[in-house]
Design a protein around this ligand. Structure first.
Ligand SMILES: [Zn+2]
Length: 295
């Protein structure tokens, strides 16, 4: 764990539960792609940088989820590095209460202001205003997160963040966090067009062919949509849809899962309503969702 793997002349990744990338601009200056779960990961990254005499120029955060930005503060404090992400993701990195607020849908209770949903804040800038080194490019892959980006290095290596999950992860957790279903499906189509030497999903194995993985992720998305539509054969509240989903997939309810899976199911409901598959009714001061006949 936390082994440094070389995958190109200037490109490495750190093998860990959230894979992180390293891009060498020259013999000493490096860019880091994502910073892991927390301060302890930040320290592990710092050790790797020191062992190789690498100077951390900047961290690029693919998105603002806590498991991708958790090492930011430690590394920024120790190295004074810049931190770049895109648009609203940068705003979330600078104000991490926004993440747990988005998930909860209001000011989050203390139980939700934890390191899994709310990393320590760091100072991030919008990557759109920054000149990156030659051959080091970002591309937009929204859906899982509001404005997630991937990174392509000059070695033709693609870091594709949380746009694709491995078959194991899909089969174990089923409901992968998604903020925007329409954009997620578009991102899957866009990924299909990429040609590269190696693709590195943050939560999956590096692979030279992502076609099969894209198919699996797309199938799982439609599987969940169809499950929700089936659950809505009778008018049903959000809470009851969620309970059904937890039962169908044998998931364990706790407060973190309630907001992560719940938020994702709400995004699915929005997509299905917007596409004429579900409609909502107000009955006895309750919002109930119902399948649209012939929708
Ligand atoms: Zn994520």
């Amino acid at each position: 764990m936390y082994e440094l793997i070389k995958v190109g002349d200037n490109t490495y990744y750190i093998d860990s539960p959230v894979k992180m990338g390293i891009f060498l601009v020259n013999n000493s200056d490096v860019y880091l792609i994502d910073s892991g779960n927390d301060k302890s990961v930040g320290k592990k990254i710092k050790k790797i940088l020191d062992e190789n005499n690498w100077n951390l120029k900047a961290i690029i955060n693919t998105h603002s989820h806590a498991d991708h930005i958790g090492g930011n503060r430690e590394l920024q404090n120790k190295t004074n590095c810049e931190i770049y992400s895109i648009g609203v993701e940068s705003s979330f990195i600078n104000n991490t209460i926004l993440e747990s607020s988005l998930l909860y849908g209001g000011y989050p209770l203390k139980k939700l202001r934890n390191k899994f949903l709310m990393a320590k804040e760091s100072k991030s800038e919008n990557i759109e205003n920054v000149k990156l080194p030659e051959g080091f490019e970002y591309f937009k892959i929204p859906g899982h997160s509001i404005e997630m980006i991937g990174i392509k290095t000059s070695d033709d290596i693609y870091f594709i963040a949380d746009s694709l999950f491995s078959e194991n992860v899909l089969n174990k957790y089923h409901i992968m966090y998604l903020y925007n279903i329409e954009k997620h499906l578009k991102t899957l189509d866009d990924l299909e067009k990429l040609e590269g030497k190696l693709f590195i999903p943050a939560h999956g194995n590096a692979t030279d062919d992502i076609k099969e993985l894209i198919e699996l992720n797309r199938d799982k998305t439609y599987e969940i949509m169809n499950k929700i539509i089936k659950i809505c054969e009778i008018p049903i509240s959000f809470e009851d849809i969620l309970q059904n989903i937890f039962n169908v997939y044998n998931l364990n309810m706790d407060m973190n899962q309630y907001v992560l899976v719940g938020n994702t199911i709400k995004s699915y409901i929005s997509y299905l309503c917007d596409n004429g598959k579900l409609e909502f009714h107000v009955i006895d001061n309750k919002i109930l969702y119902k399948e649209v006949e012939n929708g």
